[in-house]
Every structure is written in structure tokens, then in C-alpha cells.
Design a protein around this ligand. Structure first.
Ligand SMILES: Nc1ncnc2c1ncn2[C@@H]1O[C@H](COP(=O)(O)OP(=O)(O)OP(=O)(O)O)[C@@H](O)[C@H]1O
Ligand SMILES: [Mg+2]
Length: 360
């Protein structure tokens, strides 16, 4: 691990100078905005429980931008929707806590959670673009959201506020009077961001907000999201695939594999020297804007079926560095000396197993 590859060099070049100069990975003394503790989410199917999220622990500080990455099906959207409490059956939050600004969201009743959404935590998704009501003008849709949260203003005051919101996401005021079919995909996504930030939430959860857009518009939308984050001081959890965009946007990267967080690192550290073998392979395999297909490494094998998870480390069957005890002992996400977190036996010193029979 840690060797220089074309993919890594490309990603390092894509980081903005301000990111590499200022490490916004906060000290543990600051008060966390979001704490996810031992979260487990299952989809209860006829064949058994699909363990989409398996014991995720995560801390996010005010103003931080966290990107969640991992292969398709590793539980990123499930985690994002759990934070929003927008999961629908057969999904079930089996256990855990999601503490936002001191309150466990999982303990709120439906009405408290409805008010918390938009006000404290807002979601931006690719689907939000298509969720706009086709027969309502943009301004009426945003006003509806505000009224729904108890805001009462004259139409003129609302309009002024909406014009300012639209301006912040790079749209002209006349967009307020338009219908969704008059807008491009990028414009709709900006409306989604304006709506999401209308009440200045403390946390913005963005699940692949740009994946339906062409690459140029993707960059513009991400720049806008970054600007909004700076202006409002909100924290962001961004789910994404494009490591190039992520390297530019995020402070921290969380790597998910089969429902578990396997590494959590400041972006510049993980790009330079991924610790977990899965992070390393993922960084070499994710295409980005300038990627050439012949430079990409594909990760051999398939992720495990979440209905039938292997014992030990879930990545062990595919891991080039696997040791005998990896298929027996589950590695916990543990801090490294330099303040990163990794769940891998290469970085821990297991002396005993749960059963006490394996020594490494
Ligand atoms: N309604 C459902 N019923 C059963 N299993 C589901 C359901 N929705 C999702 N899953 C499973 O849960 C797992 C996690 O899915 P999730 O959508 O969270 O992954 P993801 O990381 O967001 O993937 P992608 O990168 O493709 O968006 C997958 O194995 C998926 O098949
Ligand atoms: Mg997803």
C-alpha cells in the first residue's frame, strides 16, 4: 500500500491548494455535530436480513465535509437515508444512535423529525431533480417547504428570500417564476440545493447529487455546493463515486465496504497513502475525469452477499494482504497513531481472538 500510482498522482493534483494547506480534520476536543454510534440497518426480505449497514461509527464536526465512497451496494445510500430517517420498509434500523447537535434523531417522534428535516438536516439527491412538481412554479414549491415548517411571510418577503436563495446557487431570480420543464438538469439540481439550504440546516446530506449530469455541469454543481457549505458553515456528508470530484470537495473520506466503514481519513492522507487494502484498490480503480481506461485497476472478485456475510473481515476473501486470522476475527475501526481510523488487522495487533485460539 501507499505506492505511487498514476491514479493517486492524478487525485493529488486535483486537490485544491487550500485543502492541502489547511487540514480541517478537527481535533477530538471540539464538539461533534454528528455522531453515528454502532448503527445497524437491515432490509428484511423473504430470504433473510440484508445487512446493509453493519455497526457504523462516525463523527463529523461543524463545517466538515465528509465523502462516503465504496462500490455499488455497500450501504452508502442506506446510511444517508438513515441519517434523514427516510428509510422505508423493508428497511429497519436495528440498533444504534444518530446524534445530531446533541439529539438522537432515532428517538424523535415523526412530527419532531419532520421539522428537523430541512431545518437541521437536509437531503440533496439525484432523485430530487425529478421530484420537483411539474405543474408548480419553482417559487411556489420552495414556499410550500417553508410554510410546511411554520414560516409565515407575505408573498413579497418570501419572493425576496427565494431570489437570494437562487442567487446563492448561481441561478437568476427569474427562475423562481419558471416550471421544472423549463430548466436543465444542472439548474434543477441547483434548485434542489436552494430548497435544501432554505432554512440553513446544520448538516447537508448529498447522495450522488451530480451523477445524472454531464461532467462540466457536475463540477459547477460541486463548486456551488462547496460555496454554500462555506457560506452557511454547514457540515456535508457527500456520497459520491468520482474520486476526482471528491478529492476537490471533501475534508474527510469514509470508505465503506459491505455495510462497514473500513477507513476514515483526511482526504489528503488517504489520497497519498490509503491504509486499508480496499481503500488502496478503490483509489486505483475509480475513474475520474482524466482517467484512461488502461490505467485503471479493477478490484478482483465481488463484494459479499449482505444476506450471507463471511466471518472475520468482510474484505478478506478479496484482499491481497489477507492473513490467516483475517477470515476469523472481525477487525474493529480503530484509531491509528496519526489520528486516522482503519478497520484492518494489518494495523492492529491481535493477540487473541474472541475464542482465544489464534495468535498473530
Ligand atoms: N428495498 C430493499 N430491499 C432489499 N435490499 C435492499 C433494498 N434497498 C437496498 N437494498 C440492498 O442494500 C444494500 C445497500 O444498498 P445501498 O443502496 O445503500 O448501496 P449504495 O452503496 O448506495 O450503492 P450505489 O453505489 O449503487 O448507490 C445493497 O445490497 C442493496 O441491494
Ligand atoms: Mg446509493
Amino acid at each position: 500500500m501507499g505506492q505511487s500510482t498514476p491514479a493517486k498522482e492524478r487525485l493529488m493534483a486535483q486537490q485544491s491548494p487550500s485543502q492541502s494547506k489547511s487540514n480541517r480534520f478537527q481535533s477530538s476536543n471540539a464538539e461533534p455535530l454528528l455522531q453515528i454510534k454502532d448503527l445497524h440497518v437491515h432490509y428484511e426480505t423473504a430470504d433473510g436480513a440484508v445487512k446493509a449497514v453493519s455497526g457504523v461509527n462516525l463523527t463529523l464536526y461543524e463545517g466538515e465535509r465528509l465523502a462516503l465512497v465504496g462500490e455499488s451496494g455497500c450501504g452508502k445510500t442506506t446510511l444517508a437515508l438513515a441519517i434523514m430517517r427516510l428509510l422505508k420498509p423493508p428497511a429497519r434500523i436495528v440498533q444504534g444512535e444518530i446524534i445530531l447537535a446533541g439529539r438522537d434523531l432515532l428517538k424523535l417522534d415523526e412530527e419532531e423529525m419532520r421539522l428537523t428535516r430541512l431545518q437541521e438536516v437536509a437531503l440533496v439527491t439525484q432523485a430530487a431533480m425529478n421530484a420537483l412538481n411539474p405543474v408548480m412554479r419553482i417559487e411556489d414549491q420552495i414556499i410550500d417547504g417553508l410554510v410546511d415548517h411554520g414560516y409565515e411571510e407575505t408573498k413579497n418577503t418570501f419572493r425576496k428570500r427565494i431570489h437570494s436563495l437562487l442567487e446563492h446557487v448561481g441561478l437568476k431570480a427569474n427562475v423562481a417564476r419558471m416550471y421544472p420543464h423549463e430548466l436543465s438538469g444542472g439548474m434543477k439540481q441547483r434548485v434542489g440545493m436552494a430548497t435544501a439550504t432554505a432554512l440553513q440546516p446544520k448538516l447537508i446530506v448529498a447522495d450522488e447529487p451530480t451523477s445524472a449530469l454531464d461532467v462540466v455541469v457536475q463540477r459547477q454543481v460541486m463548486t456551488t455546493l462547496g460555496r454554500l457549505q462555506k457560506e452557511t458553515g454547514a457540515s456535508v456528508v457527500l456520497v459520491g463515486h468520482d474520486m476526482g470530484l471528491i478529492a476537490q470537495f471533501a475534508d474527510k473520506v469514509g470508505v465503506m465496504y459491505a455495510g462497514k466503514l473500513v477507513e476514515l481519513s483526511p482526504v489528503e492522507r488517504i489520497v497519498q497513502e490509503p491504509l486499508h487494502p480496499y481503500s488502496d484498490l478503490l483509489l486505483q480503480s475509480v475513474p475520474s475525469l482524466e482517467a484512461k481506461a488502461d490505467r485503471l485497476v479493477s478490484i478482483p472478485g465481488m463484494p459479499p452477499r449482505l444476506i450471507d456475510l463471511p466471518p472475520g473481515c468482510y474484505f478478506a476473501p478479496r484482499c491481497p494482504m489477507a492473513m490467516p486470522h483475517c477470515t476469523q476475527i472481525v477487525p474493529e475501526l480503530a484509531p491509528t497513531r496519526d489520528g486516522r481510523y482503519v478497520a484492518c488487522h494489518l494495523f492492529t495487533e491481535p493477540s487473541t481472538t474472541a475464542a482465544g485460539e489464534v495468535k498473530a
